[in-house]
Write a protein that binds this ligand. Structure first.
Ligand SMILES: *Cc1c(COP(=O)(O)O)cnc(C)c1O
Length: 221
C-alpha cells in the first residue's frame, strides 16, 4: 500500500478532471514530492522562497512551481526566473516588483490576485477595491511582464460550512464581475483558486477551478 499515491488518485477522481490540483508541498521533504511526481502530479505549491530554492535543484525540471502565502518584495528576484504562478499578489508594490523581475528575465509571470474574503484579520489579501485598482493599473500599462490569470482566496478556518460557503460565493461573484468588467474578450482571466484540504469540495461547488491541497495528499506537516 502506497498512501501518498492512493491519496492523489482518490483526490483526482474527486476533482473529475475539471479542477486543477496544486499539491501544497510546503514543509514536506523532497522524497515525498518525488513520490507525487512519480504518480503524475506536476503542479506543486510552496510558501517559503528559501525552502523552494532548496528543493528545486533536487527535483525534475518540468515541475510547475506555484507560490502561495505572503511574498516579500525582496524575495521576488530569486523565483522570477522559473516560477509558474504566484498566487499571493496582495499589493501594488509587489505587482511592480514582479513586473520588474519578470522583464529582467524576459518572461511573463502568471499571477493571481489574493482577495481577502475571510473575516479573520490575520489573513493577507486585497480588498475588492484594491484588487480592481491593480487590474486598472495593469490595463494602463503599469505592470508589463505580469499576466493576471484570476483570483485566489482563503475562507475562514471554521467548522461552519455555510459560513465558508458564503465566503467562497463572495469571491466567485467578484470573479465573475471582474471578468465581465475588465476581461470581457480575454480568455486569460480564467482561474478562480479556492479550496484546501478542509474545504475544497465546498469551494468547487461554488465555482473554484483550482484547489491547493496539502494535508490530504502528504499527511500532516
Ligand atoms: C498550507 C496552505 C494550503 C494547504 O493546506 P492544507 O490544509 O494542508 O490542504 C493551501 N493554501 C494556502 C495558502 C496554504 O498556506
Amino acid at each position: 500500500m502506497n498512501n501518498l499515491t492512493d491519496n492523489l488518485t482518490w483526490i483526482k477522481d474527486d476533482l473529475n478532471g475539471k479542477v486543477t490540483l496544486v499539491a501544497v508541498s510546503k514543509n514536506h521533504p523532497v522524497s515525498k514530492i518525488k513520490e507525487a511526481y512519480a504518480a503524475g502530479q506536476r503542479n506543486f505549491d510552496e510558501n517559503k522562497v528559501q525552502e523552494l530554492m532548496e528543493k528545486i535543484d533536487l527535483l525534475p525540471k518540468d515541475i510547475r512551481w506555484h507560490l502561495v502565502g505572503h511574498l516579500q518584495t525582496n524575495k521576488v528576484k530569486y523565483i522570477a526566473p522559473f516560477i509558474y504562478m504566484i498566487h499571493s499578489l496582495d499589493s501594488a508594490k509587489l505587482a511592480a516588483e514582479i513586473s520588474a523581475q519578470a522583464q529582467k528575465n524576459e518572461r511573463v509571470i502568471d499571477v493571481l490576485l489574493q482577495v481577502r474574503i475571510a473575516k479573520e484579520e490575520t489573513k493577507f489579501g486585497l480588498t475588492e477595491d484594491d484588487a480592481e485598482k491593480i487590474i486598472k493599473n495593469q490595463w494602463a500599462g503599469d505592470y508589463p511582464g505580469i499576466s493576471i490569470r484570476g483570483l485566489m482566496g482563503m475562507a475562514t478556518f471554521t467548522e461552519n460550512e455555510s459560513h465558508v460557503r458564503e465566503e467562497f460565493k463572495v469571491l466567485r461573484d467578484f470573479f465573475r464581475e471582474v471578468k465581465e468588467m475588465h476581461f470581457t474578450n480575454e480568455v486569460s482571466f480564467d482561474t478562480l483558486c479556492m479550496g484546501m484540504t478542509g474545504d475544497y469540495r465546498i469551494a468547487i461547488e461554488e465555482g473554484s477551478n483550482m484547489v491547493r491541497i496539502g494535508t490530504a495528499i502528504f499527511g500532516s506537516r
